[in-house]
Design a protein around this ligand. Structure first.
Ligand code: BGC
Length: 553
């Protein structure tokens, strides 16, 4: 069971083939390039790759506008290359998750083309139409400021079609049993080609009722069970990681009270309060968010992240909290996006402060869930705010000081490589950091190793331990007679925190698993833990060698 539920203690690395490594020199990353970098990823210690959409697509939303679900976009390679890649990953013990974008298709998808052309087509009902302009056509846009409506008139169809996202992404009518069957078929196809599951895009919209007369869309949670059931029949250890930015009250609807829906969900609640904690050095709301998202079924797991390929959405914070995060990390208008978020990468948000950046990752890795890293984070890559919308944080991977950061031999990469300045490839690249034991890259490798050696985080019960300091978060995990205590100082200033791990005699000695500075309790059983500004400690509680007490090996 422990090893079977691999995603409980996985370290996921998310990347886009397009901007990772270009092997054929045409300026676009490809599967060959990625395959050549598998040993780099294996060396980093990650255990799963989440591939962003790579199926055939006009590429107007970075591949989230699919025009053929059963093919690799020719710019990235072929289906054969894909299977070589999943095989290569497997040989190195790395699993592959892929994006599953089935809320909508591209408007170039043959299904939509046929549906709009012919009212009698069998694909007409695969999409959501209205003869009249629906009253709520100007509501519910996901990209406010860029997208102006959710219903667009199509001359050829002589009707309006519904699109939750951009107008070139018509929504599929997911209530249609033929569409549902097709979604399963798509999953079955890629599972057969070696993937271990899916990051399912926009899940709340996939399961929502759609239609011109739907006022308050109800979610059809039963669909989630059918997805899971299908996958488990086809390949028992495959999973779905849901992108669902929802309120904690509905988490269990997604996981399933009977532990029968999504195995994983991204924890957006914790993500947003984590940024508030970083901005304000106040950990209390983060503790509350952890509490609010505590309940989950035994086989379920949270996906944790700092930044991803989208904007940092702050929509769930209070007005005051949101302003604090904007002020700290995205004060300029061009750093913000869609009236709700920040589009920068983490390193520039934290002003390139190495100690603070490391503390932020260490904190994320220490929270209950499975960490999900974004490519380039391991070397502290920056962003290019001159690029539109979310592209600023999607620039090519910086491998070396060679031209175009060693990403491509072409002079015209698909997106410009960050050049010059503090985050330019001349300063921030894998080759240089590989040689430097104190680099972010080598530090990240050690963090990943430490997280993998602490399965308590993925499996155990946790509790927040009083530190007497609003800016210090201490979290304890207990699992199978093992306990760990992880402490983070979110403040700039050094601090001495008084901590009682709360397990009597066993808590007398704290073994520092990060840098070896152990702590002995005072007479009152409390520990006086000194933390540098933005410092952190990972302690194993008790004096015995933990390996002797681990019962899973
Ligand atoms: C993805 C976005 C994408 C959108 C439409 C999202 O939730 O993360 O990158 O633009 O879905 O598919």
């Amino acid at each position: 069971m422990i090893n079977d539920l691999w995603y409980k203690n996985s370290v996921v690395y998310c990347l886009s083939i397009e901007t990772f490594m270009d092997a054929n020199g045409d300026g676009v990353g490809d599967l060959h390039g990625l395959a050549r970098r598998l040993d780099y990823l294996a060396g980093l210690g990650i255990t799963a790759i989440w591939l962003m959409p790579f199926q055939t697509s006009p590429g107007r939303d970075d591949g989230y506008d699919v025009s053929d679900y059963y093919n690799v976009d020719p710019r990235y390679g072929t289906l054969g290359d894909f299977v070589e890649f999943t095989h290569g990953a497997k040989q190195r013990g790395i699993r592959v998750l892929i994006d599953l974008v089935v809320n909508h298709t591209s408007d170039q998808h043959p299904w939509f083309q046929e549906a709009r052309r012919d009212e009698g087509s069998r694909f007409r009902d695969w999409y959501v139409w209205s003869k009249q302009k629906p009253a709520n056509a100007n509501e519910g846009m996901v990209f406010p400021g860029v997208q102006t409506s959710t219903w667009t008139y199509d001359k050829e169809a002589k009707a309006y079609y519904f699109h939750r996202f951009y107008d070139f992404q018509p929504d599929l009518d997911t209530a249609n049993p033929h569409v549902q069957a097709e979604i399963l078929k798509i999953m079955g196809f890629w599972i057969q080609l070696g993937v271990s599951g899916f990051r399912m895009d926009a899940v709340p919209f996939v399961i929502a009722e759609k239609g011109a007369d739907v006022k308050k869309p109800r979610e059809r949670f039963e669909m989630l069970r059918s997805f899971r059931e299908f996958l488990q029949w086809r390949k028992g250890d495959s999973i779905i990681l849901a992108e669902a930015n929802v309120l904690p009250e509905t988490d269990m609807d997604y996981f399933g009270e009977d532990d029968d829906r999504m195995q994983m969900m991204f924890n957006f609640q914790v993500n947003q309060t984590l940024f508030y904690a970083l901005a304000s050095a106040n950990c209390r709301p983060l503790e509350k968010a952890l509490e609010a998202t505590r309940t989950r079924p035994e086989t379920a797991q949270w996906g944790l992240f700092l930044r991803n390929h989208d904007e940092l959405d702050l929509g769930r914070l209070s007005e005051g909290q949101r302003s604090a995060v904007f002020a700290a990390f995205g004060p300029d208008k061009d750093m913000q996006l869609y009236d709700r978020g920040i589009r920068r990468r983490l390193a520039p948000m934290l002003e390139g402060n190495g100690a603070r950046i490391r503390m932020a990752y260490s904190l994320m890795f220490s929270l209950p869930g499975t960490p999900v890293l974004r490519y380039g984070d391991e070397i502290g890559m920056g962003d290019d705010l001159s690029l539109a919308e979310r592209n600023c944080a999607r620039t090519p991977m910086q491998w070396s000081t060679e031209p175009q950061a060693g990403f491509t031999k072409s002079a015209t990469p698909i997106l410009p490589v960050i050049t010059g300045g503090a985050y330019g490839f001349e300063h921030i690249n894998v080759a240089d950091q590989r040689r430097n034991p104190d680099s972010m890259l080598n530090w990240m490798e050690r963090l990943i190793r430490m997280r993998k050696e602490a399965p308590e985080i993925g499996w155990g019960d946790y509790s927040c331990v009083e530190t007497g300091q609003q800016g210090v978060l201490a979290i304890r995990y207990d699992w199978r007679n093992n306990s760990i205590l992880i402490v983070h100082n979110l403040m700039r200033e050094p601090v001495e925190a008084e901590i009682d791990p709360g397990i009597g005699e066993n808590g007398q000695l704290l073994i520092d698993i990060a840098d070896g500075s152990n702590s002995k309790a005072g007479k009152d059983g409390k520990h006086c833990v000194f933390l540098e500004g933005f410092g952190y400690k990972w302690y194993r509680i008790g004096g015995l060698d933990y390996l002797l007490r681990r019962s899973d090996i």
